[in-house]
Ligand binder design. Structure first.
Ligand code: ZN
Length: 475
């Protein structure tokens, strides 16, 4: 009944919108209005204000609405889908009955478990392969020569003199001290004092997103993890452009002149020359660099920065063991998160299924039994007194009779049908589950017959089988 009620309201809203369009004015329906993140901010504000003032009685919304809504007399919250965990559920139903008066919360459960499958997709959207994290770490911890230079007295001396000659700077005596202390600090268990003072590292956001096929936010999260680790692996810095393009409007001369005054530009010339590119007559040069910013105004040169990049300070003298340790730490963290989210989802799904009514009949009657509702409250209370991430909850797979043969056959077909794609096992599993990623956007891939073709099949099983198949097809 509630569902049909909402449906009627939606129709009214659609009709109202159509009428409003005809009148060139978007009036509010004043009974029910939709609200979601895809709407213009102004429209959302109008609806929220109308709801808060009581003019608008019903809002049919996605989770974009609700957070922070503090209206005392909300009488009912109706969930058309299951939330992903009890944290979200409590946050959402907690909007009701803030005035202390009776309010009702209803939730529709899909009896075929489709809600669960749907939510599970979002969890897998964040999962990642170990070797992908390794690739990211390789971008962050670029091997440097600091240790070698400092350990070798001759080299250190050479470098010192070289630098003295170049910059006229007196070399710091701390250098030798640090080298001497090295043997002691190695035994320390906490973040050891490194020989390498750390180097500024900058790598393109877009290129990294494409290479690793994970969203920018996820990469940023990894950088945070590394920074917050007890080892304090890195120091994240504000983003910067990774490429610099200098153009001269006055021929080749001003460009060469500028190189004499600007070391990064001179370096760019030298590096290009090393690769066999001469800039004798160039009026344009493009090079990686973010420190080139002292070109005088009103010069015949134009400086343009492109390719926004992640910027951070990281040491380059990590040992293989230290790198493995960092990798293990990150991978462990992601896997644990995935497990926790799956456990949370399973928990809420089981709990709601254990208290639900199979038909709407009893709920619509005045004498609806309150037992299930009380039971749910008890479950929620106990949920918040246990730390589910530390519990060893067994994740029960969905009942699924897909055979390996069937899966493998579809994996092979997918690989053959899109030969221009360099699939990973995870990319195929995402496709089969209908999970998009930067290189496989839903807009394009949802047209494939394989999109969402195996939403009930265990995600990691597909990853495993697909990886094995990819290796087999390559050899
Ligand atoms: Zn270094």
């Amino acid at each position: 009944r509630v569902a049909s009620f909402i449906r009627t309201c939606f129709q009214d809203a659609a009709r109202a919108a159509a009428e409003a369009n005809a009148n060139k004015r978007k009036r509010l329906n004043y009974v029910a209005e939709p609200y979601h993140a895809g709407m213009p901010a102004s429209r959302r504000r109008t609806i929220q204000n109308a709801f808060m003032s009581g003019e608008l009685r019903i809002v049919v919304a996605t989770i974009a609405f609700g957070m922070g809504i503090n209206k005392a007399d909300i009488r009912a919250i109706i969930h058309y889908n299951m939330p992903k965990n009890f944290e979200s559920y409590v946050q959402e139903v907690g909007r009701a009955g803030r005035d202390g008066l009776l309010s009702h919360c209803h939730l529709f459960l899909d009896n075929k478990g489709n809600d669960r499958n749907e939510l599970r997709r979002f969890i897998y959207a964040h999962s990642i392969d170990r070797h992908v994290i390794r690739k990211l770490l390789q971008k962050i911890f670029v091997p440097c020569a600091c240790t070698k230079i400092l350990k070798n007295k001759d080299l250190a001396q050479e470098l010192r003199e070289e630098l003295k000659a170049v910059n006229g700077i007196d070399w710091d005596d701390d250098f030798e001290e640090m080298a001497a202390n090295d043997t002691q600090t190695k035994t320390a268990t906490t973040a050891r004092k490194r020989l390498c003072p750390g180097h500024e590292i900058c790598f393109s956001v877009e290129a990294t997103v494409q290479q690793l096929d994970i969203p920018e936010e996820n990469i940023a999260t990894f950088l945070c993890y590394l920074e917050l680790d007890e080892q304090r692996y890195i120091q994240a810095l504000s983003p910067a452009y990774t490429m610099c393009k200098v153009m001269s409007y006055g021929g080749a001369r001003p460009l060469r002149q500028a190189a004499k005054e600007c070391p990064p530009l001179a370096m760019a010339f030298a590096l290009d020359l090393k690769r066999g590119i001469s800039h004798a007559t160039s009026t344009v040069i493009e090079f990686p660099g973010d420190k080139f910013n002292n070109v005088r105004k009103r010069s015949p040169l134009s400086v343009k920065f492109t390719e926004l990049g992640f910027r951070l300070r990281a040491p380059g003298d990590l040992t293989d063991e230290e790198l493995d340790h960092a990798l293990d730490g990150l991978y462990e963290r992601v896997t644990r998160q995935e497990r926790t989210q799956l456990a949370q989802l399973q928990y809420i799904s089981e709990a709601l299924n254990s208290v639900c009514f199979s038909t709407i009949g009893p709920v619509s009657r005045l004498d609806c039994p309150t037992g299930p509702s009380d039971k749910l409250k008890t479950i929620v209370r106990s949920y918040f007194t246990t730390d589910i991430s530390k519990e060893n909850i067994e994740i029960v797979p969905e009942p699924d009779d897909t055979t390996d043969e069937q899966l493998i056959s579809d994996i092979r077909t997918t690989i053959c049908r899109y030969p221009e794609n360099n699939f990973t096992g995870r990319a195929i599993a995402r496709l089969f589950h209908g999970v998009q990623s930067p290189n496989y956007p839903a807009l394009v891939w949802s047209r494939s017959n394989f999109w969402r073709s195996y939403t009930k099949t265990d995600f990691n099983r597909i990853v495993r089988l697909a990886n094995a198949e990819i290796v087999r097809m390559r050899t």
